[in-house]
Ligand binder design. Sequence first.
Ligand SMILES: N[C@@H](CCC(=O)N[C@@H](CS)C(=O)NCC(=O)O)C(=O)O
Length: 212
Amino acid sequence: MLQLYFSPMACSLASRIALMEAGLDAHYHQVHLLTKKVVHDDSDFHGASPKGAVPVLVLENGERLTESAAVLQYIADLKPETGLAPRFADPDRYRLQEWLSFIGAEIHKAFLFPTFWYKDDGSLAKPRARIAQTLSVPAAHLAGREFLVGHSFTVADAHLTWALLLLRPAGVDIAQWPSLSAYLERMQARPAVREAIATEMALRKTVAANPA
Ligand SMILES: N[C@@H](CCC(=O)N[C@@H](CS)C(=O)NCC(=O)O)C(=O)O
């Protein structure tokens, strides 16, 4: 069975959403990101990945895959019939990768990661000033569109949903982008997304973790 190392409401939430949207069973290992311990057996998370970061997907053959963009596409390709990723050579596949890169680099690492992990000693002023400009890109794209890529839910939507959920705790009011607010509401109305979030919110109450 697939295994996912995750931390509640961290970026690994997107991988949980993808697994659930694909209807794939997995064994979930919760990680405490500050102590780098795997919760159920107190083992060192670096044993699962030297990067010390979630998500880590353990494949059926025991190999480990890291980086949300790769993990999400791997999950999608296990169930191509779900349309969670367009097929290779379809131009939309590269649109999907375009969005996964943008969300991972420009929203996650440029803004959410420093906001949640670093003390605000003034160094957050630049990422904070930039985030509105960054978010205006998906906001404009989603005005009049239901999904990021094509006409159905893909793993890029799983990734963006997670990032948008963290805006409020990061001090950014999503209401200033009506298309993003409406999109997030639509995504949260999906049964798999709703269940994935409810599961992780319940776990999050039990542990003090840094989510980004
Ligand atoms: N580039 C990686 C970033 C993964 C990442 O930063 N994960 C965070 C949680 S959202 C983490 O585990 N951080 C712990 C750390 O960096 O020490 C990806 O997209 O998967």
